[in-house]
Design a protein around this ligand. Structure first.
Ligand SMILES: [Zn+2]
Ligand SMILES: [Zn+2]
Length: 344
């Protein structure tokens, strides 16, 4: 099969012939019909996150946002059947460890990959498979492999956002735009912050009531003015020191900050924060990582009913050959919305 292969950190990825994956005994092989290109793959290509012990074996086929049809299941798989349309979750728990058994399989974190090719693998298939409703097509579904679910978990589970609250979202890439759409669909007032007017335009189209260009306006002051004292919830969807600190500084008393973005080389995982303010204002700072596979049906039900429309975040569908160009563009933050590969 054709696959986009990463051979080393920083080296251009290349499309080449690659053996089809073997089916694990408790896993499944999925014929990939659509595969989203997530910024996490740019991070891996940059060699980020070694400071938290994250290292991928090379060469590797990245791509952890894919949807398709189950081609084959392993001999230990009991419930998932070939022919089932599925979205493959980024977070593929083992199903038996303490995290998985207590409802936190996103902490078990066998991260998926292999979506930049015609065939990909789903691990521990009975535990992790997420069948798709007929009304959700593969391109839309692929956008829900990582960024959309990460935002869903961040807004609903970790952020506990309520309808009468204000939410400020720093960074309008894929995960930020997803957070905008999800928070506004719950009824919250959403303020989106970015440096790129094109991304802010899209943020408005998917539900932001106010947008702030941080290049032109001091975003912290603007949020405090708009909300008469600060937002109830802040999201750092990017993960650089400036957005993290600005997000925390945009909160009102007893506000909650949700950190979704992981840092880059500039921070190497460390960001200085105003700790005394956090104490005086009783601010909560929580992390949010991917989403458990059992939470997908709740989200997909909202998609089926039209409450959530991930499709609106997709700005282009492309052939596999153009995927690396999208990853390269991410170095300059030029990408607007979500790009999905649908030709292999
Ligand atoms: Zn991702
Ligand atoms: Zn586990």
């Amino acid at each position: 099969m054709k696959a986009l292969v990463m051979e080393a950190v920083g080296k251009p990825m290349v499309v080449k012939d690659w053996p089809e994956p073997e089916c694990p005994a408790d896993g499944a092989v999925v014929r990939v019909e659509a595969s989203g290109i997530c910024r996490s793959d740019w991070h891996i290509w940059q060699g980020d996150w070694t400071w938290v012990g994250f290292q991928m074996p090379m060469p590797i086929i990245l791509g952890h946002e894919f949807a398709g049809v189950v081609e084959e299941v392993g001999k230990e798989v009991k419930t998932l059947k070939p022919g089932t349309r599925v979205v493959v979750p980024l977070s593929q728990g083992c199903g038996v460890c303490e995290d998985c058994r207590t409802g936190h399989s996103n902490q078990c974190f066998g991260a998926g990959a292999g979506g930049y090719a015609r065939y990909g693998v789903l691990s521990h298939a009975d535990f992790n498979s997420v069948p798709l409703p007929d009304s959700v097509d593969f391109v839309e579904a692929s956008s829900m492999g990582c960024r959309y679910v990460t935002a869903f978990h961040g807004i609903l589970d970790q952020g506990q956002v309520k309808a009468d609250e204000s939410v400020v979202i720093y960074g309008c890439g894929g995960v930020g735009l997803s957070a905008v759409q999800i928070a506004s669909s719950l009824g919250a007032r959403v303020i989106a912050v970015d440096l790129d007017d094109r991304k802010l335009e899209l943020a408005k189209r998917v539900g932001a009531s106010d947008v702030i260009n941080g290049r032109k306006t001091d975003p912290v002051k603007a949020v405090i003015d708009l909300t008469h004292g600060g937002a109830n919830v802040s999201i750092d969807a990017l993960g650089i020191a400036t957005t993290c600190r600005n997000a925390v500084a945009s909160l009102r008393k007893r506000g909650r900050h949700v950190q979704i973005g992981l840092t880059t080389q500039g921070e190497k995982g460390e960001v200085a924060l105003p700790v005394d303010q956090i104490v005086f204002k009783e601010i909560q700072f929580v992390g949010s990582l991917a989403m458990q596979s059992f939470r997908y049906p709740a989200m997909l039900s909202m998609v089926e009913r039209g409450r959530l429309q991930p499709k609106k975040l997709i700005t282009e569908t492309i052939p596999l050959e153009k995927a690396f160009g999208v990853i390269e563009q991410m170095s300059k933050f030029e990408n607007v919305g979500i790009s999905v590969i649908n030709q292999f």
